[in-house]
Design a binder for this molecule. Sequence first.
Ligand code: HDD
Length: 675
Amino acid sequence: MDNKKQEQLNTFRTDNLGQTLTTNQGLKMAEDEFSLKAGDRGPTLMEDFHFREKITHFDHERIPERVVHARGFGAHGELQLYKSMGEFTKAKFLQDPAVKTPVFVRFSTVVGFRGSSDTVRDVRGFATKFYTEEGVYDLVNNNMGVFFIQDAIKFPDIIHANKPEPHNEIPQATAAHDTFWDFIANNQETAHQVMWIMSDRGIPRSFRMMEGFSINTFRFINEEVKSHFVRFHWKPMLGVHSLVWDEAQKISGKDPDFHRRDLFDAIEQGNFPEWELGVQLIKEEDEFNFSFDILDPTKVWPEEEIPVNIIGKMTLNRNVDNFFAETEQVAFHPGHLVPGIDFSNDPLLQGRLFSYTDTQLIRLGGPNFHEIPINKPIVPVHNNQRDGYHRQMINLGKVSYHKNSLANDTPAPIPAAEGGYEHYHEKVEGQKVRARSESFNDHFSQAVMFWNSMSGPEREHIISAFSFEVGKVKDKNVRQQVVEMFSNVSVELATKIAANLGVNPPQNQTEPNSTKVSPALSQENTIKKLDTLKIAVILADGFQGGIIETLDFLRSKKLNIEIISDQLGMVKGSDNRELEVQHTFLTASSVLFDGVLAVGGSNLNLKFDQDATNFVKEAFMHYKPIGAIYEGEKWLQENNMTSGIGVVVNSNNDQFTDQFINSVSTHRHWDRVIY
Ligand code: HDD
């Protein structure tokens, strides 16, 4: 059964199938192939209203893309609570575990244009719209726990530095260029976020395998008007997983839609992505009891110190019907609140509260974007706001002001006790200053904690990421500045990247003496599941028929099995049973899979051997689980890969299938020696 939001959207959904073609005025047309001309070789006539309407509409199809987070992908779903949060907040949608709240989520990259690739190294947006009984609530999160800057006034600066350089609009969708790193080295509050983005978190395996952090501090307010500071978290049920950099770059060419395809396919297959909603809570009286300022968006609230209280689960269960109508026109705003949730004085959040409405005015063309179906609340809207471009609502009556007597002074506000939104009565005093609190001055302690918390392979990846990204910087002085800056995080890190960057080792040779760690920051111990991992099975004609049962068994473990061969069509087994080929070596690549099962067949030729060998070799380089059985073994033997960690070969091993599943359940074999 459809939820209230879907019921509402049903009234806007239109199906052209089987219908007669009309103009936008509803006029049925007899012809749509030829423009109206004076003679069949003559000029087109001005009176051809059908031509004019069709072309005009086409000419105006594009709207400005988002200034940041331009490339994104959305889906519908629902949130259901595990328990009531009534002790902390009076927000109605956080009270009753029996209630399912409709949601719409949009994931995004930040810096690339709308047509850029999904797998670039970047922050990912994770914005959720809750259609609650008290109006729309938006939780506009990212997949990293902190932000680059502490004050919203610097947002245009960081984004200008990150975007392609203005003189030549190069490079696309990457921070690997001079202006970004020049900004970083000269704005050291960025240190912590840079560590996150250089880590594996910058190249997620899937939107379904990312966390989501509010970063900003909000408030929960309960019925007794008691306030707690709160930060919101999404925790993916599939764990937090990443690509490796070489793979991410290759996917950008092979399948730039890798992440959106992954989300779309999972939902179409009924493998609905799920995240748990968590909150970290700090009592108002504990505001100053931490070694960091809890309002500082460049700091995490370490999860070991302030546990994430898991309160519910979100399931995405429906793809959009129309990308533009829904995903492109959805408008999020951290200022869309419901009673029981309020802002903190975090200076980044405060500035965001201006930007999001402002940007929709240019992007969506006027002040009525809340009437676009995807943005419409599921509760009635009544106020004295009127008119403007594209107004849909037909307001009755002559009164559009408050106070009035002609309409009994309605629409009327209602007191907080009856559900009216009232801001928290926080006491504020101070002098007007352009300044930043001294409590925001420590830019490195948590960047050090992040580095300390990484596993060996994660550190190696960070060093490689810095070496790549800063290696693209042409200005040697900027490269040197970056090395000096990150010696405050780790002299070892800075020294290693200095060597790769052709600059001097850092002047600072004193390692930070903090040994503080937060294990939650490392992906090393995340949940690892088999569900929906994609396994490429390389098959040729004459394959050993018994493999069909093995593949069925792998499918029963929720693995997605796809067959690769040299041609599309069917491959025939030794027992004459056939399997359909999904991809050829031309249309697929190992980088699009989580693991490989090399099987082969009796009918191999040199070209097949070469293609299969390259496929397996690349998977090996990317630390992926590999199984080899029957003729498939030779592709590994000839390249000395059979003894690699995470490689399972048959060699008459009756444990083969179990061992292969074990290898796949590890996801990546970081301790494999790559040669
Ligand atoms: Fe932002 C979009 C997340 C700081 C200004 N932001 C946007 C989106 C996400 C975030 C997920 C995409 C929404 C969508 O899918 O439509 N932004 C964040 C987070 C931040 C943050 C987690 C820090 C905690 N943002 C931030 C600042 C400013 C903005 C400091 C400006 C002062 N953000 C915008 C924007 C965007 C936006 C320009 C572009 C498109 C939009 O709003 O709707 O207003």
